[in-house]
Design a protein around this ligand. Structure first.
Ligand code: SF4
Length: 395
């Protein structure tokens, strides 16, 4: 690449720069992969919960992707908690790191490019008891070897994916796929018991004629039915935590509300905690107890659903609330649709993130103080916190 081209576009990489990035990526990926395969004793991935009422505690999580253009910091210091029996909604626009956060919890980040490079993911499945100081013991998923993760993935933590057609195997019947999960995680299960349990799960999620549907292939079902099967599959191991990654995005609006109602109903029945990933604020308002708002790999605001919807503080949270279609009353014609608001500008390049607030270039409330480093967490109440320089005097 010629130096004049580089001057015109500073993001273009020279051959030398490109080689240096690949070399350093190879080194980093090799180190992380080696660490995953190393023999780790259970004591080394056992830690204690900060609060025994939480099922999941994520602390300062960093998940990076080592690409040929540089290191993409998809999750860049995220800390959040998922309490027992509660639904925590994670919202933000595409690419803000919400799905990568959930994949990190499942240890399903696409390796070797994607790696958890730091932080703790404490998962409490209530089987490890207490330490000598009386603290509730739990697993640290970041340090857990893949072989140990097989014991909790799908059983204690399960996931409902966005697109059920690509998550279900098209060449096996619904029943065979459900049986497989039940046989893998259930205790004292044989084929007959697994079949009875699968049919029971299908009827629990509201599938009519479950005995018949048990023998169907995924393509014989509608999108809504397939998502019900995915929910049945996620519930079949009686999980402590269900991660629902945009569970209604691939469904049409009439089915969306049925699936959300079902998810809420099964959560109440099973008392599982739910981490609900979505970009739809309406879904969060209807479902969640707590809300975490993410932007460019970081949390910008978190609180109860009432904190976030009744008293949003971060300019980004206010922006996404404004950016939803609405109707205004018009005296002459009854109702009139307003122009759809959009937040100006775009998300910063995740390879070259600024050392100021990441929202600075798009923020309409930006002040002089916003140039000084990334804002720290400011707790405005027991449940509500925000990362914005504007509230530094509010503590
Ligand atoms: S810190 Fe400043 S730039 Fe960032 S969101 Fe707050 S007001 Fe806007």
């Amino acid at each position: 690449m010629k130096s004049t081209e580089k001057k015109k576009n500073p993001y273009l990489l020279s051959f030398k720069e490109s080689r240096a990035i690949i070399k350093s990526n190879m080194k980093a990926m090799k180190t992380y992969e080696k660490r995953k395969r190393a023999k780790v004793l259970p004591e080394q991935y056992t830690t204690v919960m900060k609060n025994a009422d939480n099922v999941l505690e994520i602390e300062d999580l960093h998940t990076y992707f080592f690409t040929d253009n540089g290191v993409v910091k998809s999750v860049n210091g995220v800390s959040l908690e998922v309490p027992r029996d509660k639904i925590v909604g994670i919202v933000g626009e595409s690419g803000c790191g919400k799905s990568v956060t959930s994949l990190s919890v499942m240890q399903l980040v696409q390796a070797p490019q994607g790696q958890i490079t730091g932080g703790e993911i404490r998962f409490n499945n209530d089987t490890l008891g207490y330490d000598e100081k009386g603290n509730h013991k739990c697993y640290d998923i970041v340090k857990m070897p893949t072989s140990a993760m097989y014991g909790i993935r799908g059983k204690d933590i399960s996931m409902i994916f966005q697109e059920p057609m690509t998550s279900l195997n098209p060449v096996f019947t619904i029943g065979k796929q459900l049986d497989e999960v039940i046989l893998l995680h259930g205790e004292n299960m044989d084929k007959e018991k697994a079949k009875a349990h699968s049919i029971n799960m299908l009827s629990l999620v509201g599938i009519p004629m479950p005995e018949k549907i048990y023998g169907y292939y995924p393509h014989q079902l509608s999108g809504g039915m397939r998502q019900r099967v995915m929910i049945a599959m996620a519930l079949s191991g009686s999980p402590k935590l269900i991660i629902a990654d945009e569970p209604t995005t691939a469904l049409d609006v009439t089915i969306q509300s049925q699936i959300l109602d079902l998810l809420k109903k099964v959560q109440r029945q099973s008392h599982a905690a739910v981490m609900l990933i979505t970009h739809d604020l309406g879904v969060v308002a209807e479902m969640a107890d707590y809300v975490v708002v993410m932007y460019a790999g970081k949390i910008v605001e978190k609180g109860t659903v009432f904190d976030i919807f009744d008293n949003p503080l971060h300019p980004y949270t206010m922006g996404i609330q404004k950016a939803k279609p609405s109707f205004s009353a018009d005296k002459k014609s009854g109702h009139e649709q307003q122009d759809l608001y959009s937040i100006p500008g775009s998300v910063p390049n995740p390879i070259n993130l600024p050392d100021t607030c990441f929202f600075k270039d798009r923020c309409d409330r930006c002040k002089e103080c916003c140039s000084g480093g990334y804002p720290r967490e400011i707790k405005v109440s027991e449940t509500h916190s925000v990362f914005c320089h504007l509230y530094e005097d509010a503590e």
